[in-house]
Design a protein around this ligand. Structure first.
Ligand code: AMP
Length: 435
């Protein structure tokens, strides 16, 4: 062992998958990454890619019955590269946890009390928090001595004022069932808003940014001086923008109309709005590449889907412009935001009066780097800023555990502090979080 341990393993445990990355926080480099999918099925697959020595991806295609077996397989793959979980260079394990309610406002070192809290939030995140907990428990059993940190998707949004977080429904009913807007994708919004400030040569505290996280799930946020003041997802990740398979905003009356008139059950409506709506519902495809190809061929349903998607996006840009009052940058990120130039062009088109414009040449450039795509004269920067949720989780984990002292490791990181539970708020026990 040489000096302070600097490696962080990041685990993103889903219901039937585990994604992982091993990073070295002395310089933020990636040592290995991989994915275990179809856990519990006959067709499980582990794909592991060592990144420090240029080795290729290795695949395992044997059945992996549960999360414990998945993590053990990951540990074996890492060990084969000399990066085993027993290495003294491993400083901590960081876990993505989807729902932290209002209590978890910062990354938090996991102990029994934290596990109990995450468990208490299962009713609001029935698909995600149980899977996250499986990953946490398995990792703790493999390395009980190692600090493990939970980094919550909701945490960045806990700074939203009540005016943005409250639904305008009867206060007693809302409070009894802890119904409010929590927001998701927080790790990405935090990272991208900060990287956007850096791209502009400013401190996060100096800039107001609208972040558009456009992946298969999609959300927008309004970030004032580094703090989230509004975001488009709400009690669950269903609210807001049009997504791959989710409707985003609909009149709530649609749900009881479907129940009364179409005779659908609550579960059927849930599936309709979460799985059979959005781009898929409008045109049958949820991949923006395919939709653009169809639009270019003159397909009317694909054109309708694209137009509905863009209209909603534009509405949120306008809304968050008004919420912020002054905007320094609009940042596009995630699969669609980083790659789909036509989406960026269409979303910003016609907003010149707001100081927003896209330079066609800059917008067409393909790059993995953060970049400005607005013309010099534009008052507001439009930027493409690739998100990196794993790096953000690793930074926050490292800052909170061993790494506070290591130079460069926490640069730009928002982690640190004692982390933890604000303890000031009731928790949500309402309906489902579906994705
Ligand atoms: P994410 O959830 O961030 O991984 O984003 C996934 C989505 O990004 C896919 O469903 C596609 O719609 C979109 N996407 C990925 N690559 C491209 C591309 N080159 N052009 C347009 N859309 C893309």
């Amino acid at each position: 062992m040489t000096g302070t341990p600097t490696r962080v393993l990041v685990l993103n445990s889903g219901s039937s998958s585990v994604k992982y990355q091993l990073l070295d926080m002395s310089d933020g480099s990636r040592l290995a990454q991989g994915l275990v999918e179809r856990i519990g099925e006959e067709t499980s697959r582990l794909a592991h890619t060592p990144l420090h020595d240029g080795g290729g991806t290795r695949e395992r295609l044997a059945p992996i019955p549960d999360h414990a077996a998945a993590l053990e397989a990951v540990a074996e793959e890492l060990a084969a590269d000399g990066l085993g979980l027993d290495s003294p260079e491993l400083a901590a394990i960081g876990h993505r946890v989807v729902h932290g309610g209002l209590r978890f406002t910062e990354p938090t070192v996991i102990d029994d009390e934290v596990i109990a809290e995450i468990e208490r939030l299962v009713p609001v995140a029935p698909l995600h928090n149980p899977a996250n907990l499986l990953g946490i428990r398995t990792a703790m059993s493999l390395r009980p001595d190692l600090p493990q940190v939970a980094v919550f998707d909701t945490a960045f949004h806990t700074t939203m004022p009540e005016s943005a977080a409250r639904y305008a429904i009867d206060v007693e009913t809302a409070d009894a069932h802890r119904i409010r807007r929590y927001g998701f994708h927080g790790t990405s919004h935090a990272y991208v808003s900060r990287e956007t400030a850096r791209l502009l040569g400013k401190e996060p505290e100096e800039v107001n940014v609208i972040v558009l996280h456009l992946g298969n799930g999609a959300s927008a946020s309004a970030v004032r001086g580094g703090r989230c003041v509004d975001t488009s997802m709400g009690l669950t990740p269903l609210e807001g923008l049009v997504m791959g398979t989710r409707s985003g905003d609909v009149d709530p009356a649609v749900t009881f109309h479907l129940k009364r008139v179409a005779g659908m059950s609550a579960d059927e409506i849930d599936v309709l709005l979460n799985k059979r709506s959005g781009l898929v519902g409008l045109c049958g495809d949820n991949d923006m590449r395919e939709i653009r190809r169809r639009v270019d061929e003159g397909d009317e349903r694909a054109a309708l889907a694209f137009d509905v998607y863009i209209h909603r996006l534009k509405k949120y840009i306008g809304a968050y412009y008004a919420v912020l009052g002054r905007v320094d940058a609009v940042a596009f990120t995630a699969g669609v935001g980083e790659n789909a130039a036509p989406v960026r062009e269409a979303a910003i088109a016609g907003l010149e009066e707001l100081g927003l414009a896209v330079d066609a040449g800059l917008n067409a450039v393909r790059s993995g780097e953060a970049r400005v795509i607005s013309p010099e004269y534009a008052r507001v920067a439009v930027a493409v800023v690739p998100t990196d949720e794993e790096l953000e989780i690793a930074r926050q984990t490292f800052a909170l555990t061993a790494g506070g002292a290591t130079e460069g490791a926490t640069e730009g990181g928002s982690g640190g502090g004692s982390g933890g539970m604000s303890g000031n708020a009731p928790e949500n026990t309402a309906e489902k979080v579906n994705a």
